[in-house]
Design a protein around this ligand. Sequence first.
Ligand code: HEM
Length: 548
Amino acid sequence: MSLSIAFLLAMTFLISVGGLALLVWALANDQFGMGQQAAETIFAPGEVGEVEDPATPSAARAVMQNARKAAHQASDSEELFERTIADRSSRTPVLFWLSSSMIWLLLGSVFGVIASIKLHLPDWLVQEAVLTFGRIRPAHLNVVAYGWASMAGVGVGLWLIPRLFKTALVGGHYAIAGGLIWNAGLIYGTAAILAGLSDGLEWLEFPWQTDIALVIGGALAAVPLILTLIKKRVGHLYVSAWYLIAALVWFPMLFVTANIPNLFVGVDQAMLNWWFGHNVLGLWMTPLGLAAAYYFIPKIIGKPIRSYGLSLIGFWALALFYSQVGLHHLIGGPVPTWAVTISIVHSVMMVIPVIAVAVNHHMTMLGSFRLMLYSPTLRFVVLGAMMYTFASVQGSMEALRSVNTITHFTHYTVAHAHMGLYGFLSFVLFGSVYFILPRLLDWEWPHAWAISLHFWLVFVGWGIYFWPLTLGGWLQGLAMLDPARSFMESVTLTVPYLQARSVGGSLMTLGHLVFAAHFLMMVTRKGPRREGAPQLPDGRWTAKGVAS
Ligand code: HEM
């Protein structure tokens, strides 16, 4: 036991040392010295004040610009031209990672609906072992986590890299090779879980062959980040770049450590399991989502982030506090109380980066919330960012022993997981895809109504999923704690809430179908060409040879 605690603390220490090295580098390169001016790194000269959302039809964009009520000068056309080239440079790898993520999103959602129905109709689909809850549930979790969220997150990250470093993507073919290997690993791993071959640890069910594929695939996807970073043409690394770089350093450390075979067994293994299980959310998925939110919110509304200093405080507080929070999953378990207590303290301290991000996003949006009416990207990303705050504060509360006593082992936790990975990350990723594709393909989204339909299906569906399950889980927890009530009562009382979850989940899945069909129309350039190229049409661009 003490060996495993020492090991986990050492690994956590190493992560912090990595962060410290980054901090020293940042200080040496004067990354903190630019102050608020650094927030304008993502804009071309003259661009501040100009709204940008290629997913919004031009008429609505004009209304949006009016509603923004900000004067802006003519943007530096040379820099916009360079940006167009930079955007195009990442086209193939980004399309590959995003297209793959769409397929995994659909498959993962179908698994989710099946698993959900089984919880209130337990005799449904039980003839075949492959369709039993014990296989469908981990298949759902791993497919949505590593197939949808991770692949879409990397796709968005690959698109952001040239924009953040103001230079064309270098080494995109490494990312394509990485994507192929990552997909191969996922196909094998999902088939293995369905066949009953699982490592048996939550979040780590994939067999070792898939683990190796994900390590190699992920490492290859990180190569363009490093190569482009070397060639960067900006003096300052914008906060989104910090999050992306950190995510790509932290994930391999966590994933490799957690998958070393037979490192620990028994309770020690449970500790390693939850050290990974929670860190994969906070040090991999969260930075990917925040990198996108910190880029798209200011960019769409044409207003630099309110306090650049606060954005860096948020980053460093996340780096310092997150790596210890996982053990709150073992409150009440046979692990040393002090280790769990450290984790609770860190979980509560996470309120600092979360509030830093929330205040910053809110202050940036102040006066521009109306723009969400016109911009689908902004609607998804801002709601996603709000749900980040909600999910994180809720998580800090759930780590308190008094609350955890009620919520642990109930559906409340599952609702919370969908607030984070769905409400926050998936919403931000949906919005990002709507922004990115027109820029990559020089084609507009064929149907504005399909974007709205997607939004309302997933928003309403998620609401029907989250709120009833939260309430049902809480009542379930109270019933389990009440010695006067039988255990079966705590099970049966949840049935209506589980049924509501199936309705909500089905609507979300329908929304994903609309999203994927629209995505397919977009990449195959089907449907009406609504109003011409969204790529700043100007004869000079063609003359300079920007290939479409
Ligand atoms: C992108 C979409 C989704 C993401 C990222 C996601 C994420 C997750 C995560 C992280 C868990 C583990 C929860 C925990 O252990 O606490 C989970 C479990 C689950 N999810 Fe999803 N999910 C998604 C969509 C759906 C949909 C559409 C449904 C349909 C109803 C669904 C139903 C379920 C069910 C039934 C479980 C297992 C709950 C249990 O074991 O009690 N999910 N999902």
